[in-house]
Design a protein. Structure first.
Length: 278
């Protein structure tokens, strides 16, 4: 793999975030496009690279805050026997360069003249609710990557969940967080439009994919609209976010539990016999 080929491999990975030697689930390999290698060629170049070339590729990606991980057929369901799945993931130990911007998110979710803070609220709420559908309702932890094929939802379900969330905020009245009150200014089909834009963002990023006709269950029509499934890349990224970006929330929750137990211990009556034994 020379420098030109390495650049072409990186360009492909930046566009699709993943490459698979023999795609499973009936997905066809991505064909070559103008100025871009095919998925078959990308996998072949990575597979055939020497140790020095692989090290050079790792260093090249590390300069952009990225890491390429490879998975074999036995690592996760959905990877065909004899295949190999490459996933391009942000490296949590490295800083992301400024070229990775949030502009596509702001542009996709914008309906009027909302501020970036308001659009960030919409994205955060939709991201959390999507994970409710992909994880909470399946009693699944972020570390349950191998269950990604179970994780499906219909767009209408996300719309309904968002409506329920807004109703819950309305019932709180003045007690609702000030930063979340901007969500209550939605009108008409705002929720449906933002949900569609949000899902399209996830699909473009390779984190969701539409279930093919043969895979959609009999209840698809009842659940409402097109059914979306998490991809392996999406599950890997959610796991990474859980470990490296949301880990402090778990520590905070544990700290509160510990503090509560400590307060209860201080308030509890002293057992004189127990004190004597100590």
């Amino acid at each position: 793999m020379n420098m030109t080929e390495m650049g072409e491999v990186v360009a492909f990975l930046l566009r699709y975030r993943s490459a698979e030697r023999a795609p499973g689930g009936g997905r066809k390999r991505r064909a070559a496009r103008e100025g871009q290698l095919s998925e078959r060629d990308v996998c072949a170049l990575i597979d055939d690279a020497s140790d020095l070339e692989r090290e050079a590729l790792r260093d090249f990606l590390a300069g952009q805050g990225l890491r390429l991980k490879a998975f074999e057929s036995g690592d996760y369901p959905g990877i065909a026997p004899g295949s190999r799945y490459y996933a391009l993931l942000p490296d949590p130990e490295l800083e992301q360069p400024p070229l990775y911007t949030r502009e596509p998110v702001f542009e996709a979710l914008k309906l009027r003249q909302e501020s970036r803070a308001e659009l960030a609220q919409w994205y955060l709420q939709l991201w959390l609710l999507m994970h409710t559908l992909l994880y909470t309702r399946y009693n699944r932890a972020l570390s349950d990557v191998s269950r990604y094929q179970e994780a499906t939802f219909a767009g209408a379900e996300l719309v309904e969940l968002m409506r329920d969330q807004l109703e819950s905020l309305r019932t709180l009245g003045e007690e609702a967080p000030e930063t979340s009150r901007v969500l209550l200014e939605e009108r008409g089909e705002d929720i449906s439009r933002r949900v569609r834009a949000f899902i399209e963002l996830q699909v473009r990023a390779g984190l969701l994919e539409s279930l093919r006709d043969g895979e959609v269950g009999a209840n698809a029509e009842e659940s409402g609209g097109e059914v979306w499934q998490q991809t392996l890349l999406g599950a890997l990224e959610s796991e990474q976010i859980g470990i490296h970006q949301l880990g402090h929330l778990q520590a905070l929750a544990q700290g509160r539990v510990s503090s509560r137990h400590a307060d209860e211990a201080l308030d509890a009556p002293i057992d004189e016999h127990e004190e004597t034994q100590a």
